[in-house]
Design a protein around this ligand. Sequence first.
Ligand SMILES: [Fe+2]
Ligand SMILES: [Fe+2]
Length: 237
Amino acid sequence: MQVQKGQTVRELAAVNPAARIFEKFGIDYCCGGEKSLAEACSSARVNVAEVKAALEEPTSEKKDRDWQKASLSELTSYIVTKHHGFTREAIKRLLPLTAKVVGVHGQNHPELTRVQGLIHGLADELVTHMMKEERMLFPYIEQLEEATKRGAQAPPPMFGTVQNPVRMMMMEHDSAGQALHRIREITDGYTPPSDACVSYQALYQAIQEFEVDLHQHIHLENNILFPRAIELESQAF
Ligand SMILES: [Fe+2]
Ligand SMILES: [Fe+2]
């Protein structure tokens, strides 16, 4: 694809396989989607020409689904099954693994206690966050889409406009992104120290996988689902 430096990261991330390329270069494509490619590259301290070349390179990679074209209910159901499911499973594994590693290495590596605190905070926040999406926001988006398809009156939202919960969800995404960013800094980019045991290494790898999945998850919500839901609502009322 042809890429302009002034295009937003959000716009580019919606096209395959840009999100994976952004992840590789450490470019924030989920919470920082509003930035232009040039600004995002400068924040990530990477060369914009190199990123542009990677984005423009033809790929034989299997394409992901085009979520701009799928229905919103397919997208919400994909997010819940794939990303909320992954997040819940990962939290179940991360909490005891962190406790184990802190128990063995906490004295020699006090930074691990900070990592543990951040993981606990992140886990609590995300569990509540996903519940709010699943119980309130996603069902509303699905009903709105269903009513629009049938040409019926859209259900009156209990939160005034969909923009209100969307704003709150995006703030919570920012907070989760910042917590992971701090963990990345504390762990020196998930680099285990030379005395790290297998569990220590597994912990860093698990947090990194958690981060990658969360970026993809937030990207689908911030950059695709939420703007499409706002647009649909604006046409319905
Ligand atoms: Fe979500
Ligand atoms: Fe979310």
